[in-house]
Design a protein around this ligand. Structure first.
Ligand code: ATP
Ligand code: MG
Length: 456
């Protein structure tokens, strides 16, 4: 039997394979021994559960929906697992659509709320199995390419990622079913993969990012055996399509715990797979204070219920790389503006090999960067032109972050804050007070070339 196959079998055989194998035993936690109540579950999620049950199918709330309620939090969304096939689910709900290739799932749509319904998946492999067929393929790296073999509840539980994500809430009798000791790990505040960690990361390297995301979000520790292989296996993320990594980056940094997540990604050697140029620049001495400051602000915004834009996030995450490249080009004699344009092209070109950046985000991201040169140049009509630029607000916010990060002297941000507040006469006055001393005249620049991004 091929080595990979043996490993995979072992990872699912309780007590029978490597010494790492754990015993998994079904436990049922009755309603009086847990805190999940129907009132915490959204109406749409309850509707889907009830209709599936009434139609004769098994259906459970699973994943973050159970985990976050047990922890006393509010779930971001509700996921449901059922023994109905995607087509059967689709037939039951007019407001649903079949999606996905790698995992075929059903989205049931209720206004802005989307309930994700997945059909129980089978074990990756069973005892005398070979990788079944096209529906259950793995690549040469052990990556699960498709996973559409259906199974029963227990099999579904054991192919989920972490023990704390494999708790099933049954709305018929209000019990929680726990196959992987997830309740215990919730109590101990541990992120633990189900099965053999290395095998599970090889099947889907994104699980490494998920481990970090949940650790940061929940303030949990990644259990020792689950964290041990991460550094070595991090390069496997290079096999993940760049579009999926883009989505994962957004999840990592827009869950409200971006700063903590950033630190963990660095600690586990994962950041370099997501932002290789940024890590290179930081390793070469570039400061990442702007990234930290931007993530701190983002976390605060999310806590206040405000939104964050992907282009702002990416503008910040790539800033150290841009700075390094921009300076390098100026050192080689390029004037400020062409150096910036060249640097932008290069940094984005390299980044999209790791994570894609959809055009609707890369455009505004470039504008934020380009406006950083225009913000200090306010003479004459320039300030008005900048103020009416569609990306002014984001560029101004970015400027404030640069100031807070200590990258430039404070002052310019306050000037713009004031300029937005006062009336037209006030604005004219502010401009006249600027005088000509700060005007970046062409001649002056020629005599002493600006080596760094222009300051005020
Ligand atoms: P949240 O929605 O709060 O980010 P979640 O745990 O619900 O967290 P989802 O991405 O919504 O995460 O996935 C729902 C569930 O599907 C997970 O809890 C887990 O059981 C399972 N799952 C998701 N992604 C994977 C994966 N890559 N490998 C194995 N199981 C997964
Ligand atoms: Mg979820």
């Amino acid at each position: 039997m091929p080595k990979r196959l043996v490993e995979k079998l072992r990872s699912f055989m309780p007590g029978n394979g490597k010494k790492k194998a754990r015993h998994y035993q079904r436990q049922e936690i009755p309603r009086d021994q847990h805190n999940v109540s129907r009132s915490m579950i959204s109406e749409p999620a309850k509707k889907v559960l009830h209709r599936l049950n009434k139609s004769g199918y098994e259906a459970y709330l699973v994943g973050g929906g159970v985990r976050d309620i047990v922890l006393g939090g509010k779930p971001k969304d509700f996921d449901i697992a059922t023994n109905a096939t995607p087509e059967e689910v689709h037939d039951l709900f007019r407001n649903s659509r079949l999606i996905g290739r790698r995992f075929r799932i059903v989205h049931v749509v209720f206004g802005r709320e989307v309930i994700e319904v997945t059909t129980f998946r089978g074990n990756a492999l069973t005892s005398d199995d070979v990788p079944a067929d096209d529906e259950h393929k793995t690549s040469e790296h052990g990556l699960l390419l498709r996973d559409n073999v259906y199974g029963n509840l227990e099999e579904d539980a054991l192919r989920r990622d972490f023990t704390i994500n494999a708790l099933y809430y049954c709305i018929r009798d209000f019990t929680i079913i726990d196959f992987a000791n997830g309740m215990q790990d919730l109590k101990n505040r541990q992120i633990r993969l189900i099965g053999d960690p290395e095998t599970r990361y090889r099947e889907d390297p994104v699980r490494m990012l998920r481990a970090v995301r949940f650790a940061a979000k929940l303030g949990f520790e990644i259990e020792r055996e689950t964290e041990a292989p991460i550094r070595d296996l991090a390069p496997l993320l290079g096999h993940i399509p760049s579009a999926r990594l883009f989505d994962e980056v957004l999840k990592l940094f827009s869950a409200g715990y971006g700063e903590a997540t950033y630190q963990l990604l660095q600690d586990y050697g994962l950041l370099t797979l997501l932002f290789p140029e940024t890590v290179k620049a930081i390793d070469a001495g570039e400061s990442d204070e702007l990234i930290r400051q931007a993530l701190r602000n983002t976390d605060a915004r999310i806590a206040q219920g405000k939104s964050v834009t992907p282009y702002f996030l990416f503008a910040a995450m790539l800033w150290p790389a841009l700075q390094a490249e921009w300076r390098h080009r100026q050192d080689n004699g390029d004037p400020v503006q062409p150096a910036l344009h060249g640097a932008i092209g290069k940094v984005i070109g390299r980044q999209v090999q790791a994570t894609s950046i959809p055009k609707r985000f890369s455009g505004p991201m470039k504008e934020i960067w380009e406006l950083q040169i225009r913000l200090p140049r306010r003479q004459g009509k320039r300030a008005f032109a900048t103020l009416t630029h569609p990306r002014f607000r984001a560029a101004y916010d970015f400027l404030l972050v640069r100031e807070a990060a200590g990258e430039i002297e404070p002052g310019l941000g306050a000037w713009w804050t004031e300029f937005q507040k006062v009336d037209e006469r006030g604005q004219e006055k502010m401009l006249s007070q600027l005088g000509s001393a700060t005007a970046p005249g062409k001649r002056r620049r020629k005599r002493s070339p600006v080596k760094r991004p222009p300051q005020q």
